[in-house]
Design a protein around this ligand. Structure first.
Ligand SMILES: Cc1ncc(COP(=O)(O)O)c(C=O)c1O
Length: 403
């Protein structure tokens, strides 16, 4: 027994490592073609434009190398308040915006503000494991709602909420990824968005709208954000520069009612004082020079080609009588559903053939589902690897179908 055992907090007994992060050593094996991690393609990073912005270190070094305010670097906040206005349905005031260290931190800070051990969070099922782990670490329990091609089946919400309330449970917020869902790839319809906001308002439950993929849209029109559909101040909108610039910046933001933003800022004071000012200043300079708007279409085109490529390879190599999917209109992911093959059988066989994906189980917050499902990220592999990797996956599936 290590000397640490008697020092650990009680919550360490419920600690869950991230299945995706834990897979990194598997993915890095030589010859492995991975569709597992959800990383942006480094080819999409605007390295030269970002490097140009580094000139500010010489001009403003004495300011940006200093600690900053917890709420965020003021010029960046000012920029975002107007840049975000079309999506948010109105211009924002600075006290409605908090800069965070990744949008993962928005989830963390909201949990600090809302979650006591055993409180309920409603999530789509499946949903992104990274953020539900954060909620789990805060002691949240999960009430889950299934999805179809139009997102969360919001009609199921009232019964589930009523039942939880009748058992004396506290339902604190509804967590949703409305655009190009991770892992499902689906987008919530306008009708469901309106209903979701109505239900949240009726029960006085907050909504955490996690929207990192909104700008990575390959076709069709933007749908209104939940934030813009709400007039009660119950929606917290989270977004990030991770997918529209680079995740290494770790610059993201939360938009919401000024009271909850203030509470989250106070928790942030005790978490990391402030998000890296250097990173915020570089991101601001990039935005101010117009590069964000200029370069975003390149990123979207780049990923659209990758999505098209994956669609073609899936159709070409997989047993279509066994596997189905909804083609994502944006974002990073395909969610494959198999009729009979168990993911637990497919996974080791795929690894033997040097191809990796994330098994569906990882995305079920109550760890009860996904036995025939898997997530494939299309952003990373080169066209050649995409073809070869999906061919190997198809072979693994056919071998299992023969058994
Ligand atoms: C749905 C979702 N939320 C949050 C994040 C984390 O983003 P960030 O890099 O801003 O912490 C991701 C990253 O993959 C994501 O897919």
């Amino acid at each position: 027994m290590s000397a640490w055992e008697k020092l650990y907090s009680k919550r360490i007994s419920t600690l869950r490592p991230s299945p995706i992060r834990e897979m990194l050593h598997v993915i890095r094996q030589p010859g492995m073609i991975s569709f597992a991690g959800g990383n942006p393609d480094p080819q999409s990073f605007p390295v030269d434009l970002f490097y140009e912005c580094a000139s500010i270190l010489k001009e403003q070094g004495k300011d940006v190398l200093q600690y900053g305010t917890t709420e965020g670097y003021a010029p960046l906040k000012e920029f975002l308040c107007s840049w975000l206005a079309p999506r948010m349905g109105r211009s924002l005031s600075q006290d409605e915006l908090l800069i965070t260290t990744g949008s993962t931190q928005v989830v963390d800070l909201l949990c600090w503000a809302l979650i006591d051990k055993g409180d309920l969070v409603i999530t789509e099922e499946p949903t992104f494991v990274g953020t539900t782990l954060t909620m789990h670490n805060h002691g949240a329990h999960f009430l889950t709602v299934p999805c179809d091609a139009e997102g969360m089946l919001v009609d199921q919400l009232p019964n589930k909420i009523e039942e939880a309330l009748s058992q004396g449970k506290h339902v604190k917020f509804i967590y949703t990824i409305p655009n190009f869902h991770n892992p499902l790839g689906c987008t919530m319809s306008l009708e469901r968005r309106k209903k979701l906001v109505e239900i949240a308002q009726k029960y006085g439950i907050a909504i955490l709208e996690d929207d990192p993929y909104a700008y990575i849209r390959f076709e069709g029109e933007d749908l209104p954000t939940l934030f813009s559909l709400d007039d009660s101040g119950l929606v917290i909108h989270a977004c990030t520069f991770s997918k529209i610039l680079a995740p290494g910046t770790r610059v993201a933001w939360a938009v919401g009612n000024k009271d909850i933003i203030r509470k989250m800022a106070i928790f942030k004071q005790g978490t990391d004082l402030c998000t890296s000012v250097v990173a915020q200043a570089l991101v601001y300079e990039y935005c101010k020079r117009g590069y964000i708007d200029e370069y975003l279409p390149h990123i979207v085109d780049h990923y659209r080609k990758k999505r098209d490529n994956m669609e073609e390879c899936l159709r070409k190599h997989l047993p279509l009588e066994e596997v189905s999917w909804v083609t994502p209109g944006g974002g990073f992911f395909y969610w494959l559903q198999m009729k009979t093959i168990k993911t637990a059988d497919l996974y080791p066989k795929a690894l033997e053939k040097k191809v990796a994906f994330v098994p569906g189980e990882s995305f079920y917050p109550n760890q009860n589902g996904g036995e025939h499902e898997l997530r494939m990220c299309f952003t990373f592999a080169s066209p050649k690897d995409m073809d070869e990797g999906i061919k190997r996956l198809g072979e693994a599936m056919r071998e299992l179908l023969k058994k």
